[in-house]
Design a protein around this ligand. Structure first.
Ligand code: UN1
Length: 493
């Protein structure tokens, strides 16, 4: 099946005619489609369309822009099952999770749409008589959006829906591992009534991404993906003086104290570490387990991990789907090898699954390493796969120190019934998100989402905070005194 870019309201191939193939990671004999491998020329066409559309879109009242996003949310609701199945086919996560991904976009649409009637500014007194001070949120202009494949509908929606409500126009370069979902979202926005050029999709790899970042007509880049690529984008945006919001890696710790509800903690670890095959920026990748409960907890954790059903996400009862592609599978293997070589103790998994139902896909057994120390690579680097590192701790303070011994700071979690320990963790964990008695995954659409340290660059998506990314403040002074009033000077002290 040949699929296309979406530019200026039209479905078009790349100018060069080049394409790439998108394969089902659970069964690579299934080609999901052939997509345009776009170049700078295609990106330029999309940016021109977005710049042209911006001239009128920015003048559409925000509540009306919100109505279009609300309709998009409604269409997502109606097509939820179809979208979820397409998502499983192209990126592998189990069907229940894929439905959750679409639901997160529906929630985001509802929230963003309602914000069309708020987008509050401030009115403040002036220091001078007969003068008022106001401030408004203004759109930024043409926004370039670059996203990963692991939440192919939800994460793009975090950026796209609020950006549209705020009056921006968009060129989106989705991941080459989830291009079908991008086209389905474009169809939905088209049907919801978005004028041509307001929203454009350009498929491709790093070449198209870099062209988008470099294009002088693009004022802002919003990115979700690896820290390596995010740094490159930040460098370019720095040189080119563009606004940029980055959502990058994580190495998220989950602490279990002896007083915790251990059954609950066990379920939380399993879901946090192996949900989406560990391919979430929020995945639980470091278990910081109190020494007093370690032996029994680990025994039960290993037994439960071996019970997880790995397979095609469309099959009933599958808990863990495939790994996204061959490159990522090799990367996971590489980290497992490093874990072994550096002296971690492999408790379960640690290998590819290649026999029987797994023969045509990219599958990796859920893996747990014990005796992991902070010097080891698997304690420090994001693996983006079903690999959990376990480190024993002696106290809450020890756990927090180890949790914070990381370049990253996205999500974190503590299981305890002790309210004092919980509040200390909330205060002291260096992370954008802290869960108490819940795992590190599961952010809700109406709350700020993002991280500190190498995870981000100070922005938060989600909820009300995303509008700080997609708007610029306009400050307005209205002087109705009829004379020249000089601020700071004509004031009686
Ligand atoms: C991501 O992995 O990029 O909190 C986002 C969660 C999801 C979003 C994950 N709601 O795990």
């Amino acid at each position: 099946m040949q699929l296309l870019n979406y530019i200026a309201g039209q479905w078009v191939p790349s100018r060069s005619g080049r394409t790439f193939r998108n394969l089902n990671p659970a069964d690579t004999r299934d080609c999901v489609g052939e997509f345009p491998l776009s170049s700078a020329e295609d990106v330029a066409l999309a940016v021109e369309a977005a710049a042209e559309a911006y001239r009128s879109w920015r003048l559409v009242p925000a509540p009306q822009r919100g109505e279009i996003v609300r309709r998009a949310g409604q269409l997502l609701r109606e097509r939820k099952e179809e979208l979820a199945r397409a998502m499983v086919r192209e990126m592998g996560k189990p069907l229940v999770e894929a439905r959750g991904d679409v639901q997160e976009a529906i929630d985001t649409a509802d929230y963003a749409a309602s914000e069309g009637r708020r987008l509050f500014g401030y009115t403040t007194p002036s220091e001078l008589p007969n003068k008022v001070n106001l401030s408004f949120r203004m759109p930024v202009g043409v926004c370039g959006i670059i996203t990963a494949w692991n939440f192919p509908i939800a994460v793009p929606s975090w950026k796209i829906f609020p950006a549209l409500v705020a009056g921006n126009t968009i060129v989106w370069k989705p991941s080459e591992d989830a291009p079908l979902c991008a086209n389905l979202l474009a169809e939905i926005l088209q049907e919801a009534g978005l004028p041509p050029g307001v929203f454009n999709v350009v498929h491709g790899d790093a070449e198209a991404g870099e062209a988008l970042v470099r294009h002088p007509g693009v004022r802002l880049i919003a990115f979700t993906g690896s820290t390596a690529v995010g740094r490159r984008i930040a460098t370019l945006c720095g040189e080119l003086n563009k606004k940029c919001s980055l959502e990058m890696g994580g190495k998220n710790p989950l602490i279990v104290l002896p007083d915790a509800d251990l059954d609950l903690a066990l379920q939380g670890v399993l879901w946090g570490a192996f949900g989406t095959s560990g391919q979430r920026c929020t995945a639980t990748s470091r278990l910081l387990l109190h020494r007093d409960i370690a032996e029994h907890f680990l025994e039960r954790l290993c037994a439960a991990t071996q019970q997880l059903r790995v397979g095609n996400g469309l099959d009933e009862g599958v808990n863990v789907g495939p790994i996204i592609n061959a490159r990522q599978l090799e990367r996971i293997e590489h980290y497992v090898e490093l874990g072994r070589r550096q002296g971690a103790r492999l408790l379960v998994g640690g290998h590819r699954l290649t026999e029987g139902e797994y023969v045509h896909g990219y599958f990796f057994a859920p893996t747990i390493f014990a005796d992991v120390t902070p010097e080891m690579t698997i304690f420090r680097e994001e693996i983006f796969g079903p690999v959990l590192s376990v480190t024993l701790v002696d106290s809450l303070e020890h756990a927090i120190a180890l949790a914070n011994d990381s370049d990253y700071g996205l999500s974190s979690s503590i299981y305890t019934r002790d309210i004092v320990a919980a509040f200390r963790a909330i205060r002291d964990l260096e992370a954008g998100i802290t869960y108490v008695n819940a795992p590190t995954i599961g952010a809700e659409a109406h709350m700020p989402f993002g991280g500190v340290k190498a995870t981000g660059n100070g922005h938060r998506e989600g909820g009300w905070t995303v509008f700080d990314i997609f708007t610029e403040w306009k400050t307005v002074y209205i002087d109705y005194s009829g004379r020249l009033q000089r601020a700071q000077i004509d004031i009686e002290q």
